[in-house]
Design a protein. Structure first.
Length: 432
């Protein structure tokens, strides 16, 4: 990274969005809707999960997690950070910091995963000369240094205060996470011990690879035992958050996920017999979404892996309440234009779920009669669920058109008839 940017990047010290104690904190983005202090392009880059530049080809109202959003479909000219995406969500109005996007115009977008999908606020969108200036600056930044193989002395920042959650539950990390080169690094064994992925460290002199495979759990390793066994020792990591000088080893490591080679945003390295990889970059290659909560110093991980059509998932309709602790209602089918439904809850072994029948409009009001439930659609396979974005047209038709309710009833609980591209389901996907 260019030396002149070091001070600016200190305000961003990790790709997830915050800084270790002991560094000068950068401004946090607010979404209420006020931004506060002005942020730098380097800060905006560091806290984003996706940075892309392109033209908006379509803009439409959609529903996701029961809430109304605007969804922009883009023709991407440049994907400057993160996995490829064509769609970005933003709040429906400016009071909620929604971005004012227009079809046919080019934008530079700094998206994040706070919704579990790439999303932007009004503060994350740039166009014209400002967008061009930022793109030039990003292309000139040496964001991914390529160190020569061997031992290098670098500055590391212990992440002893960092917490990690997976789908809302706290998970342990051994050895201690580290902040380095604007990213939070974790031991590679985290993906084995917590997420159940196979991790292979191949340290044969002619092959330096990290292999991550998702089809079965466990660990296979070969090569130098001192590296492949991944000793879970935290010796050498200072207690507290003060930065320290460390001798780390680089080996021209290649990283493969499910057999596919990819170029990591941050180079893996080994320190004290532990192989460290960047958390966000590695997680998202595995389909795990990462969001950073600076208020609690927590990296929040959520299993967002899309379900493959070959897995034949079922389409599930849920009616969700905004009230905490309120059970979801699952619509099993429609009979004579009435909803046959049950509550989403565990059923004791040997018993069957209790079903009720009522008008959909009445079922939507089953939250004390004061707050309507929201229609949500999921693909479901086993214990995995993947929520779909619902177009406004389909959502309104489900509320008003008995023929559409009858059509979707043929698919509920069964393999989805038309596969929804980009995770967006609309009228075209419902069997006629």
């Amino acid at each position: 990274m260019k030396k002149g940017m070091t001070a600016l990047l200190a305000a961003a010290c990790l790709t997830l969005a915050s800084i270790p104690v002991g560094l000068t904190a950068g401004p946090e983005k607010a979404f209420a809707c006020s931004k506060g202090e002005t942020t730098t392009p380097e800060y905006d880059y560091s806290v984003s999960s996706h940075v892309l530049y392109g033209m908006v080809s379509k803009l439409e109202n959609v529903y996701y997690k029961g809430q109304l959003y605007k969804m922009a479909t883009l023709i991407n000219d440049s994907q400057l950070k993160g996995s490829f995406t064509r769609t970005v969500l933003t709040a429906a109005d400016s009071d909620q910091c929604g971005a004012s996007l227009e079809v046919g115009r080019d934008y530079l977008l700094y998206a994040n995963n706070r919704l579990g999908r790439p999303a932007v606020s009004v503060f994350d969108v740039f166009e014209g000369e400002e967008a061009a200036r930022r793109i030039t600056a990003l292309k000139n930044m040496d964001m991914v240094p390529e160190p020569e193989p061997g031992v290098h002395t670098v500055t590391l920042y212990p992440g002893s205060n960092v917490k990690l959650t997976l789908d809302g539950s706290m998970v342990p990390v051994t050895a201690t996470p580290l902040f380095f080169k604007d990213s939070l690094y974790v031991p590679m064994t985290f993906f084995r011990d917590i997420l159940g992925y196979v991790t292979v460290w191949n340290s044969d002199p002619n092959r330096f690879e990290i292999l991550l495979r998702s089809e079965w759990a466990g660990i296979a390793a070969q090569g130098n035992p001192s590296q492949s066994e991944f000793k879970d020792s935290v010796s050498g990591i200072p207690v507290g958050s003060e930065p320290f000088e460390a001798a780390v080893s680089y080996s021209n490591v290649q990283v493969k996920v499910d057999g596919k080679l990819y170029a990591p945003e941050g180079q893996p390295f080994s320190y004290r017999d532990v192989v460290y990889v960047p958390l966000r970059d590695t997680s998202e290659k595995l389909g795990i979404k990462v969001n950073w909560d600076p208020a609690t110093y927590t990296a929040q991980l959520k299993d967002g892996r899309p379900i493959d059509p070959l897995e034949h998932p079922a389409l599930i309709m849920k009616l969700s309440s905004g009230r905490e602790g309120e059970r979801d209602i699952i619509i099993d089918r429609f009979e004579n234009d009435k909803a046959v439904y049950h509550y989403d809850e565990e059923v004791p072994y040997g018993q069957t779920v209790t079903q009720w029948t009522a008008e959909l409009s009445d079922v939507l009001k089953q939250t004390g009669g004061t707050e309507e439930r929201s229609i949500r659609l999921f693909l479901s396979k086993g214990e995995r669920e993947y929520e779909l974005i619902i177009t406004e047209g389909l959502r309104n038709a489900l509320l008003t058109d008995s023929a559409v309710r009858k059509s979707i009833s043929y698919t509920l609980g069964k393999d989805l008839y038309n596969w929804p591209e980009d995770g967006v389901i609309g009228m075209l996907h419902i069997r006629s």
